[in-house]
Ligand binder design. Structure first.
Ligand code: ADP
Ligand code: ADP
Length: 208
């Protein structure tokens, strides 16, 4: 089994691209952010622990994340590999992942910091199917989401106050991973400051 990592700052478009390439790759998307939000909503021990870090725009401790992934990867849909979205985010997480599954491609979606605020502050999604939209750049069609059960949802942490700390966490703790993966020859840089479809095409080319 061999897996893909979607890598990049918050708001780079990892979730948006995952939605578009999942049919082609056949790999299920595993988003640690989505898993943590589900845990917070369900009020589990993990959720209680993670909540304050997420609200402050800080990374949740590595042990919590690694335990979540170890459990998730045992489900049957993960047997042929998965597409990680927002994981790993620290070198210890990447080291743990290397003992769990082989990573064949790290797709780094690059977007300058000054674009991130507008992307995150305009983000919303469909609560029914998880599709990601944007107020200006990718609005939901006037007839609603293609899933037919359109229900708008916005994240509590998608505000200007947390963006600064989320970007700081990215630059200090996550971006060192680029060199870690580059040295392993599996790192693919994609310019994420373009039309969504052009980025999808480049990702699919990198995966081929
Ligand atoms: P991530 O999963 O990396 O945090 P998302 O996929 O949720 O990022 O995208 C963040 C926001 O930016 C969403 O509102 C999304 O609709 C929008 N977005 C994604 N890709 C692009 C793009 N290429 N150009 C403009 N906006 C984009
Ligand atoms: P974004 O891509 O917009 O940063 P995510 O949904 O990936 O948002 O993550 C939301 C929050 O969940 C992060 O700010 C962080 O607190 C926590 N989180 C998600 N994934 C990880 C991870 N791999 N390691 C540590 N914290 C994480």
């Amino acid at each position: 089994m061999s897996s893909i990592v979607l890598f990049g700052p918050p708001g780079a478009g990892k979730g948006t691209q995952a939605e578009r390439i999942t049919d082609t790759t056949g790999l299920p998307q595993i988003s640690t952010g989505d898993m943590l939000r589900a845990a917070v909503k369900a009020g589990t021990e993990t959720g209680k622990l993670a909540k304050s870090f997420m609200e402050a725009g800080q990374l949740v401790p590595d042990e919590v994340i690694i335990d979540l992934i170890k459990e998730r990867i045992t489900l049957p849909d993960a047997k042929d590999g998965v597409m990680f979205d927002g994981f790993p985010r620290t070198v210890p997480q990447a080291e743990a992942l290397a003992t769990i599954t082989e990573v064949s491609h790290v797709i780094a979606i690059e977007v300058p910091d000054e674009r991130i605020v507008e992307r995150i502050c305009g983000r919303y999604s469909c609560a029914a199917c998880g599709s990601v939209y944007h107020d200006t750049f990718n609005p939901v069609p006037s007839e609603g989401c293609a899933c037919g059960q359109w229900q708008e949802k916005r994240r509590a942490d998608d505000n200007e106050a947390t963006v600064t700390s989320r970007l700081q966490a990215y630059h200090e703790q996550t971006s060192p991973l680029a060199a870690w993966y580059r040295s392993r020859g599996i790192f693919h840089q994609i310019d994420g400051d373009r039309e969504i479809d052009a980025i999808t095409a480049d990702i699919l080319a990198a995966l081929n």
